[in-house]
Design a protein around this ligand. Structure first.
Ligand code: C5P
Length: 234
């Protein structure tokens, strides 16, 4: 199976992150470090995980002038992370700057964030974005594809359209994953692991259904079994 399971380490400090990572060893493929943990612990913790052999998804959602993003991306290359996010709405020059910052290195793979799942039609209109979230996501995915990104973060429901509008090899990374019967929390547009795999998602990002489970390793294993079954069926 080619789809990989990413666990969102949405915890406040290195101690909790280390406990969670130790429990997930052999049960997940990639750990996602977001703004909360990065603001608390910085690159030292990122390097600790990559040195230990973990794939790391550094979810910094960069958005600034092209030169600043270029330099920031160049500073992440040595961290050895697998995935790094930046806002596709930063525009073609910023995205191209990020690709320049990565230089000849294969990693990090650059992922454009299309439309945040917290943005609905009203929120988008308030900031002058035209069209539905799905239409805007596809438009931004094309911009990301044309300007040096390796993929996007998008909802499962947009994955197939984005692959069709860009390329089969353009990575689609999907949060909002909920095994059937589990709590949706604050996610509005959720999908099961099976639907994500059959829609072509390359990485499934799962946070609370694993991190808040009584047995996180067992929860991750169950999701991986569902992913595997969908892959075999597909
Ligand atoms: O707990 P849950 O599975 O909802 O966590 C999903 C993770 O994916 C969180 O870290 C969240 O910040 C992130 N994310 C998201 N939607 C996006 C982008 C990132 O839920 N569009």
């Amino acid at each position: 199976m080619s789809s990989r399971l990413v666990v969102a380490l949405d915890v406040p400090d290195a101690a909790s992150a280390r406990v969670a990572a130790a429990g997930l060893h052999g049960h997940a493929d990639v750990l996602k470090i977001g703004l909360e943990l990065f603001a608390a612990e910085g690159p030292t913790l990122v390097r600790e995980f990559t040195d230990a052999g973990w794939g790391v998804f550094l979810d910094l959602k960069l958005h600034d002038i092209p030169a600043t993003v270029e330099r920031a991306v160049s500073r992440t290359v040595d961290l050895g992370v697998e995935l790094l996010t930046l806002h596709a709405s930063g525009g073609p020059a910023m995205l191209a700057g990020a690709a320049t910052g990565r230089g000849d290195s294969e990693f990090p793979r650059l992922l454009g964030v299309t439309v945040l799942t917290s943005m609905d039609a009203a929120q988008m209109q308030a900031v002058g974005l035209e069209g539905s979230p799905a239409v805007a996501a596809e438009r931004l995915a094309r911009v990301a594809h044309e300007n040096g990104c390796d993929g996007v973060v998008a909802s499962v429901h947009e994955a197939a359209a984005i692959k069709a509008a860009t390329s089969r090899n353009f990575l689609v990374v999907t949060p909002g994953i909920r095994p059937a019967g589990s709590a949706h929390d604050d996610q509005a547009r959720v999908a099961t692991p099976a639907l994500a795999v059959s829609s072509g998602a390359d990485y499934l990002v799962v946070g609370r259904p694993i991190m808040r489970a009584t047995d996180p390793a067992a929860a991750a294993d169950a999701i991986r079994r569902e992913m595997e079954a969908a892959f075999v069926d597909g």
